[in-house]
Design a protein around this ligand. Structure first.
Ligand SMILES: C[S@@+](CC[C@H](N)C(=O)[O-])C[C@H]1O[C@@H](n2cnc3c(N)ncnc32)[C@H](O)[C@@H]1O
Length: 254
């Protein structure tokens, strides 16, 4: 039988909650795969014969998409919320024999991902102030640097001493590279839509969409606007901080 343990969103397991009726694993797996195949068939029948192409590449680096190819880019990048996308692949990769355990994720997965969690940046934490000098970060340095210093000071007051200061430097450096690539592949007059939310590690606000907008302008786009679709962190008392956050579409034009 598959596990009786309850689960929450993402990869979290709730050991004290039990599933009402745990499924037999192979039939559960087959049902899920069939559901995905039927979704894909339904959508493919609406594409008027257009064949999608998939590239397994790192969006920070120059890849196979030719210059000035796109006129609309829609994407949902990782938020800077300390969610470990590499860990989310651990169960499947272990089952498929691609890794032996958690320690293999660093080389097999993390190095290919945008750095949006502290587990990903601990090795570079001591170089933060050197990395801040990277010219790609110059367009936001006036606000980024004081925020990094505030997070660095704040971490000393917490037992976990989380490297949020390193996380934000690497996140914006990675996204600055992504904007360079998006400018390269998009035509003049095109639009980009980012689904994005802001963040407040240790209660220190990081205005993510504003900084991403400024990085996009520095990469050569002409304008940006943010349209909020959801408030976050307002309904209940967050035990870590009470900064109101939001989520929405960051539109970039030019
Ligand atoms: C918020 S999720 C969105 C996933 C998907 N678009 C969806 O709606 O379900 C962000 C995704 O970005 C991927 N990602 C992170 N770093 C990347 C990189 N350097 N290049 C390409 N994809 C990356 C993550 O693995 C994750 O699947």
């Amino acid at each position: 039988m598959s596990s009786h343990a309850g689960t929450a969103q993402w990869q979290y397991v709730l050991p004290n909650k039990r599933k009402v009726s745990p499924k037999e694993p192979f039939s559960a797996y087959f049902r899920k795969v069939s559901e995905m195949a039927s979704d894909m068939r339904a959508l493919q029948s609406e594409t008027c014969g257009y064949q999608p192409r998939l590239y397994q590449e790192d969006c920070r680096l120059e890849g196979a998409v030719p210059a000035e190819w796109a006129d609309l880019i829609i994407t949902s990048p990782p938020y800077i919320n300390n969610y470990d996308y590499a860990d989310a692949t651990r169960l499947e990769m272990t089952m498929m024999g691609e890794i032996e355990g958690w320690k293999d994720l660093q080389g097999a997965v993390r190095t290919h991902l945008v750095r949006s969690c502290t587990q990903h940046v601990s090795a570079y934490a001591s170089d933060v102030y050197q990395i801040l000098k990277n010219p790609l970060l110059r367009p936001i340095l006036d606000e980024l640097e004081p925020t990094v210093m505030a997070l660095d000071a704040e971490r000393e007051m917490h037992g976990g001493k989380k490297n949020y200061h390193a996380m934000i430097v690497h996140y914006f450096l990675d996204l600055a590279q992504v904007w360079m690539q998006m400018r390269r592949i998009s035509r003049s007059g095109s639009s980009v839509c980012f689904v994005i939310g802001d963040s407040a590690p240790y209660g220190i606000h990081v205005p993510v969409e504003q900084w991403l907008g400024r990085l996009a302008l520095a990469a050569g786009f002409k304008s940006f606007e943010f349209s909020k679709f959801r408030d976050r962190n307002i309904k209940w008392k967050n035990r870590k901080h009470q900064i109101p956050l939001h989520e929405g579409h960051l539109w970039i034009h030019g």
